[in-house]
Design a protein around this ligand. Structure first.
Ligand SMILES: *Cc1c(COP(=O)(O)O)cnc(C)c1O
Length: 395
């Protein structure tokens, strides 16, 4: 038998679609030709076959176990990404005379508010924008009002690099967009009425969105929704209302198997993810003042580390040099510029270590392009004495 040599892959720090574990990629590659022991390609597998039913059932069971999902919640595999959920949620949960409360903590929660406004009354219960999305609301007090139809929040702001440490408390039913951190660490689903996460950041390819929704939400939905926008219709059809993204669902199952059987579950995955982020952040700190980040450390995400070099030209050079070193996907979101290192489940500790090393080397090589300005005097009004850093023109 010929043994195939596998290509060496770049280390992938893309914000999304993101890195998947090597083992998952290899199994996906195999299934494109033949789903093991079936003689059939996953790309040509009928969604009405028993085999596909078994794939969805196993994926559901594994999500239930990994997330400690209460029996009251349905597990749905839908299409339309996070963006369709921005509309399906108010369509389902926001009656005409009520308001929904939203925490605006970054790029994606802002998008979710814009979408919800098409459907009903929205109140911004907390807004981090005036502060430049540097921090999250304090979690000592409940968030949102008791008369709100629901409180919507984004557990990890993928673009801004902010992550809630835990599910916030609220007197209103909680709705969570966990698109970029679902199953990256343990999560308390007993307090969440609806959670949604598309697969393509952390769990699989684009095309499938996992929705965990409490039966109570379905019981109180308005009548007359078109079936494609009705969680009940999807739940009754057990995610086979129409052709699902068969391949994407299969790769999600491979990721779930890897998470449970190889990584040993979410406690271990969360520990590893935290360790990866800590390594990268430590390198940023050691290279100070070369790299800067506006994110407050207490709110910093373990999934997306967002920062800048002293100038946009150096940011561009960073991306270029990182690419040449086989470290890809470091460019910041197009709306923000700067740099972003995403450390999803599929990124290994070795990948993070290589990135930390690169961060130090790049800063060292370019340190002479930054000269500290003389410290500013402390003004009588209490101005700050931090030094500002000015970059010399690039040669
Ligand atoms: C990427 C992202 C989205 C957008 O999802 P689409 O699948 O592109 O519609 C929504 N929410 C969060 C938190 C994201 O990171």
């Amino acid at each position: 038998m010929r043994t195939s040599t596998r290509p060496a892959l770049a280390r992938n720090f893309s914000g999304g679609p993101g890195a998947l574990p090597r083992r998952v990629l290899e199994q996906a590659q195999e299934a494109v030709l033949e789903l093991p022991n079936t003689g059939v390609s996953i790309l040509g597998l009928s969604h009405r076959s028993e085999r596909f039913r078994a794939i969805l059932d196993e994926a559901e069971e594994r999500v239930r176990r990994l997330a400690h999902l209460p029996k009251t919640h349905h597990v749905l595999f839908l299409q339309g990404g996070g963006t369709l959920q921005f509309s399906m949620i108010p369509l389902t949960m926001l009656p005409p005379k009520r308001s929904a409360d939203y925490l605006v903590t970054g790029y994606w929660s802002k998008k979710s508010v814009e979408a919800a406004r098409y459907h009903g009354q929205v109140r911004v219960a907390w807004n981090g924008e005036p502060d430049g999305f540097r921090c999250l609301p304090g979690q000592d007090a409940p968030l949102g009002a008791s008369d709100a139809a629901y409180l919507h929040y984004v557990s990890n702001e993928t673009v801004d690099g902010l992550q809630f440490p835990a599910v916030p408390s609220s007197p209103a039913p909680i709705v969570c967009d966990a698109s970029s951190d679902f199953l990256s660490r343990p999560c308390d689903m007993s307090r969440v009425s609806l959670l949604y996460a598309h697969a393509q950041k952390n769990l699989g390819p684009a095309g499938v969105t996992i929705v965990l929704v409490d039966e109570q939400v379905l019981a109180h939905r308005p009548s007359g929704l078109p079936p494609i926008l009705d969680y009940r219709a999807h739940a009754d059809a057990r995610s086979l209302l129409h052709t699902p993204a068969v391949f994407s669902c299969y790769v999600v199952l491979l990721s779930l198997r890897w998470l449970e059987d190889d990584m040993g579950g979410l406690v271990n995955m969360g520990r590893i993810n935290h360790e990866k982020a800590a390594m990268v952040r430590e390198a940023l700190r050691l290279a100070a003042p070369f790299y800067t980040s506006s994110v407050e450390p207490a709110c910093a995400s373990d999934m997306n580390v967002v920062f800048r070099c002293p100038t946009p030209a150096l940011d561009a050079r960073f991306v270029e040099h990182a690419d040449s070193a086989g470290l890809v996907g470091t460019k910041g979101h197009r709306s923000r510029g700067g740099l972003r290192i995403s450390l999803y489940n599929g990124v290994t500790l070795e990948d993070a270590r290589a990135m930390a090393q690169f961060l130090l080397e790049f800063a060292h090589q370019h340190r002479d392009q930054v000269i500290p300005a003389p410290p500013r005097c402390i003004s009588p009004q209490g101005g700050d004495a931090r030094s500002e850093h000015v970059a010399l023109p690039m040669s």
